[in-house]
Design a protein around this ligand. Sequence first.
Ligand code: IPE
Ligand code: IPE
Ligand code: MG
Length: 259
Amino acid sequence: MGDGGILELGAPVLAPRAAPRHVALIMDGNGRWAAARGLPRFEGHRRGVDALRKTVRAAIEFGVDYLTVYSFSVENWSRPPEEVQSLLALLHRFIRNDLAELQANNVRVRVIGSREDLAAEIAGLLLEAEQSTAANTGLTLVVAFNYGARQEIAAAARALAEEAVAGRLRPQDIDAEAIARRLDTADMPDPDLIIRTSGEQRLSNFMLWQAAYAELLFVPVHWPDFSRADFEAAIDEYAQRDRRFGGLATADRRAKTAS
Ligand code: IPE
Ligand code: IPE
Ligand code: MG
């Protein structure tokens, strides 16, 4: 952030508390939430959708520009068919029931993940959510569905290879930017903050490329219990972090500017 500019204006030395522009959520712990209550896993997923609805409202309130939610990974197909079915049914219901509210709140929906091999019905629904909200200018809600970061990077590599073979691209022009432009997230900022609920501390094939300099936050609550207060606390925690991007710590940068 432009510390130099702030100092030149004679403003207080402390920079304004940085708000994350892009927050990504690994919504984990639905099954354990249900098991702890003697409920079927499905009930955890159902309550997880309620938590998602509240989190989207909070993101709008907090002025977040992009909210990415990991809703279904490519690896999640390995779950029992009944569970996969119930997750698909919930996505279906979320889009059907909540699209009107998203629309009213000026939310733009984007979907990342592979659309190949998806049932026509679900693919159509995702497309409808994107197309009907494409002109909205508020929060961008990015739904990661059938998403896997390694698969996303492999697809980008494939696209580059095809362009090279067709003579439209020279291998020496392939750099990090060229790869980033061919990911599903091509025109989005990288996530500033990635929050994973349920206490697990891993990325599970989520945004491996985009997470290069994201702040990671692992919170112990299971996703259905993730509240507005938890979200606010996460944003406060983010504001305390000192992002260096390989450069110097903020305090060292200030000392340098002052000297
Ligand atoms: C997150 O909750 C939802 C998805 C992965 C789709 P889980 O279903 O992974 O819940 P746990 O991790 O088994 O508790
Ligand atoms: C990651 O959670 C995927 C989603 C939240 C959609 P998982 O529960 O599938 O991840 P692992 O298997 O515990 O790593
Ligand atoms: Mg899990």
